[in-house]
Design a protein around this ligand. Structure first.
Ligand code: PGA
Ligand code: MG
Length: 225
């Protein structure tokens, strides 16, 4: 039997052009054990991806701030503290950097994401002041509660689907995946991963993005009893 999976989305299930490769959808649908999508994105994004892949909605969103598996929805973190940090950031001239309608944060409930064009030094300073984690995923900066992470959320989600976190194989590409790599039984970093993710992974793949992920998962499938 194949093991359950915890898969990051951006940089891991996507192409270098940030699109979802169609092979991702068939992979999700054909895996014979639970698949958890674990992302820094707001909750509706992974839910929609599960929906359109035709798989149960098992997701970790907002870097662990929101998690859902089999009808059980849980929250972690301190959104009021995050709001206060954003207020301080903006009062000092900071701008989250999303033009027009901010669909990145519109449905976000526990943390905040800023464009990587935003003032990184100011965001880092505010994160430190408010005792929040600063995460650079390569796609956005995030201010997240310090005790919230994909790895912490995987504990609850795993239990909900009848497994332990160490039963999972995790695949990811950036520092927001390191906590998940630490608790999963086996962790793969795709070739485009940052140094933190590569350092936390058990294996670094030769190929990047969704190609690397597909390589990892065929390896896992081949050796499954
Ligand atoms: O939201 C981000 O910044 C990155 O999302 P990811 O965790 O799916 O890579
Ligand atoms: Mg990623």
């Amino acid at each position: 039997m194949v093991p359950p999976l915890a898969l990051d989305i951006d940089g891991t299930l996507t192409t270098p052009e940030h699109t979802i490769d169609p092979r991702t959808l068939s992979l999700l649908a054909s895996w014979e054990a639970p698949v958890v999508l674990a992302t820094g994105k707001a909750f509706p994004y992974p839910v929609a991806l599960c929906h359109f892949a035709g798989v149960p909605e098992r997701v970790i969103a907002e870097n662990g701030g929101v998690a859902m598996a089999d009808g059980d929805l849980t929250y972690a973190g301190d959104p009021e503290r995050v709001d206060a940090a954003v207020e301080a950031f903006e009062a000092r001239g900071g701008d989250l950097g999303w033009d027009g309608v901010d669909t990145v944060n519109r449905w976000r409930e526990t943390e905040v994401a800023a464009s990587r064009t935003a003032d990184e030094a100011l965001l880092r300073a505010v994160a430190e002041e408010f005792d929040l984690a600063f995460l650079d995923t390569g796609y956005a900066y995030h201010l997240t509660s310090a005790d919230t992470s994909k790895g912490a959320a995987l504990g609850g989600v795993a239990e909900r689907v009848g497994y332990a976190p160490e039963d999972f194989v995790a695949v990811g590409d950036s520092e927001n995946d390191a906590s998940m790599f630490d608790v999963a039984g086996e962790a793969y970093a795709v070739a485009n991963a940052d140094e933190t993710a590569k350092g936390a992974a058990d294996h670094v793949l030769e190929r990047g993005y969704v190609d690397g992920t597909l390589d990892a998962l065929s390896r896992v499938r081949e050796r499954a009893p």
